[in-house]
Design a protein around this ligand. Sequence first.
Ligand code: DX5
Ligand code: ZN
Length: 226
Amino acid sequence: MHYRIAPSILSADFARLGEEVRAVEKAGADLIHFDVMDNHYVPNLTVGPLVCAAIRPHVSVPLDVHLMVRPVDRLVADFAKAGASIISFHPEASDHVERTLSLIREHGCKAGLVFNPATPLVWLDHTLDKLDLVLLMSVNPGFGGQKFIHEVMPKLTRARTLLNERAPRCELEVDGGVDLTTGPIAVAAGADVLVAGTCVFAHPGGPAAGVKALREALKRGPAASV
Ligand code: DX5
Ligand code: ZN
């Protein structure tokens, strides 16, 4: 089965960020997920383009930038310049969703839309041709370490079917509460990319062990008891 692992730096040690991203890349991470929070769209504040540019030379995998900000557009050029490969945003945070998607591609990045657990997939009706990634949140955005909301699973299945039919090249990513139990469930339901913060960076054996443990769990598939 095809899937990629995107460790989220939100749970990394920010004093040793270069070392942390190098460790997860070496352990087989396929992307680095970069959570940007503005204390406005979400009630938390993280990092911006300066930190993105600072980690860029430390890894060669794509940087997957998840913008939890409002407004969105004025940050697109800065993140493209900082080395973002993918830029995703929440549709309700942009006044003109299609314009923002075009802007991201004009800056040479892949474009993604992010769906909170309560955000309906109806946003996909008129945006699929401008999308490289659909990111389904399995927690409400703002914090790492939350519990996976299993109620999003029917939406994940619907999104998989829709993308298979209408946009087979568009990737489907799941973000929030992904661990050794929920990750395999999300992959079995059709996720291509798994974001994992706590599960990777808070692993008792360190982040490299976290990536490897998640990959092993994904190879085994969902536990029979769940
Ligand atoms: C939440 C962020 C997630 C978060 C995931 O708003 O978008 O990327 O870091 O962290 P875990 O894996 O701990 O839920
Ligand atoms: Zn995220």
